[in-house]
Design a protein around this ligand. Structure first.
Ligand code: IMP
Length: 450
């Protein structure tokens, strides 16, 4: 069973890190294939919390190879911060391999991400402002800087110059805007303005400084830079298990998600082939991870969103604040129309349902089983047209709730009847077995099924 892909089945933050960490026990390599430090994976090991943005979740195992694939966009400053943080905690990162072909998030990408959002105003996407979109845009424009470029100062300088040139206008506008807002803001508001304009590092857009800084990053990253597709092939060809760890999630997919309120990469299972350099036939299993309810950060349609008491219950009990930006997440009931779409799109063979414990204490549970359009039509399928999705109202099946705390459940029989019925209803509806259920943040707080 060599190639296993783990993907988010909803709008992200489903707990993919924890599922990857658990499945990694039986794998030899763990590979990230898309996204960047817009992701945030939290793993709790023996009461100690680890947060990763770029490093694959398998890094806590000293004997596993961890790969940052070519499809990832990588901010070297952030990656080096993560490496240093792990080293300080005594974690060996010698097994970390970084694709020479991965693209770099440069300081101007971070600035342009923020500038784009500010400019969009009410129409903004609510990006993480980490430079993800502008970096992937440069990749498509063939103006990207890649990890391998860090190793050749001359090439690096030439490429940065070429990439900066078409952005001069936008960057000039940004600095004018910055100055204007600074002037308008009183002394007291200055901090807020700075935050609004960007939590980016000091914009050292000077070609010389930027080149020098990145050459230094290259020196530090060099021992990790590798031909990572080959690393994957060697493991797969030897029959070893390789996990491809998705970031973000299906409904944030650039092509198949709720465009334009999506990320700029493809977080679905098929993208593991492009983002890691493997063949479709290398993938044998696809695990989808979904919360027992639904959350979303940033703007965009969310048919089962809750605004009152029950939503608050989910935020408070589920600690629904972003790992990357700290933003409060929007919460809602589980959406089985969207989940069934994600199951088909990814070819999921198994589901992991996380945070079931958060639902305890609710009298009645609801799951969306169809939508009703503005015109009153009933929709069983996830609509492809954005105007229909924006106007869709969820229709629900109501199921009994449960009160018992689930944190100590370790087998299916420990779960209350209503919790088991809830899981069975979900699995039957979407047609995929639920193999793993999360009942708390700890790595031991899981129930394996089958
Ligand atoms: P970007 O990926 O920073 O460009 O943001 C685009 C959209 O994807 C925004 O709505 C973000 O909130 C969302 N997003 C990006 N990464 C994550 C994630 O890891 N979890 C949840 N939402 C995310």
């Amino acid at each position: 069973m060599p190639g296993l892909v783990i993907v988010g089945a909803q709008w992200g933050d489903e707990g993919k890190g924890k599922v990857t960490d658990l499945l990694a026990e039986r794998a030899d390599a763990i590979v990230r294939f898309q996204g960047g430090n817009n992701a945030g994976h939290t793993i709790v090991r023996e009461g100690e919390e680890f947060k990763f943005h770029l490093i694959p979740s398998g890094i806590l195992y000293p004997d596993k190879t961890c790969v940052i694939g070519n499809g990832v966009v990588l901010d070297p400053r952030i990656l080096l911060g993560e490496i240093d943080g792990l080293r300080r905690r005594g974690i060996d990162v010698g097994n970390l391999k970084i694709s020479a072909n991965a693209h770099l998030i440069m300081p101007y990408h971070v600035l342009l991400d923020t500038a784009g959002e500010v400019k969009l105003g009410k129409l903004s996407i609510g990006t993480t402002r980490r430079g993800i979109g502008p970096c992937y845009a440069d990749k498509a424009l063939r103006l990207g800087i890649r990890v391998q470029d860090l190793l050749d100062e001359k090439i690096l300088r030439t490429k940065i110059r070429a990439a900066l040139e078409p952005k001069q206008q936008a960057l000039r506008e940004l600095s004018v805007q910055r100055r204007k807002l600074r002037k308008e803001a009183g002394e007291g508001d200055r901090e807020a303005v700075e935050q609004e304009l960007g939590d980016a590092p000091d914009p050292r857009l000077d070609l010389h400084t930027m080149t020098e800084e990145h050459v230094n990053y290259g020196h530090r990253l060099e021992p990790h830079i590798a031909d990572t597709a080959r690393v994957c092939w060697e493991a797969l060809d030897a029959g070893r298990t390789v996990i491809f760890e998705g970031a973000q999630a299906t409904l944030l997919d650039l092509d198949h998600g709720t465009y334009p309120f999506v990320t700029s990469s493809n977080p679905i299972a098929g993208a593991a082939t492009v983002g890691a350099g493997i063949a479709p036939s290398d993938i044998e299993e696809v695990w989808g991870v979904a919360k027992a309810y639904a959350t979303r950060v940033g703007a965009g349609p969310f048919p089962t969103e809750l605004f009152e008491e029950v939503g608050r219950h989910m935020i408070d009990k589920g600690h629904e604040y972003g790992t990357t930006t700290g933003r409060e997440r929007r919460c809602g009931w589980m959406d089985l129309v969207a989940l069934r779409y994600a199951v088909r799109l990814n070819g999921m063979t198994s589901l992991a349902i996380t945070k079931l414990d958060v639902l305890s204490g609710l009298d009645k549970l609801r799951v969306a089983v169809r939508y009703r359009s503005r015109e009153g039509a009933l929709l069983d399928r996830f609509p492809y047209h954005q105007s229909i999705l924006h106007g869709a109202e969820a229709e629900y099946e109501e199921l009994p709730g449960f009160d018992a705390e689930l944190g100590k459940c370790r087998s299916e029989s420990d779960l209350p009847r209503a919790a088991r019925d809830y899981l069975d209803f979900v699995a039957d509806f979407v047609g995929v077995p639920i193999r793993l259920v999360g009942v708390g943040p700890g790595r031991e707080q899981v129930v394996w099924r089958d």
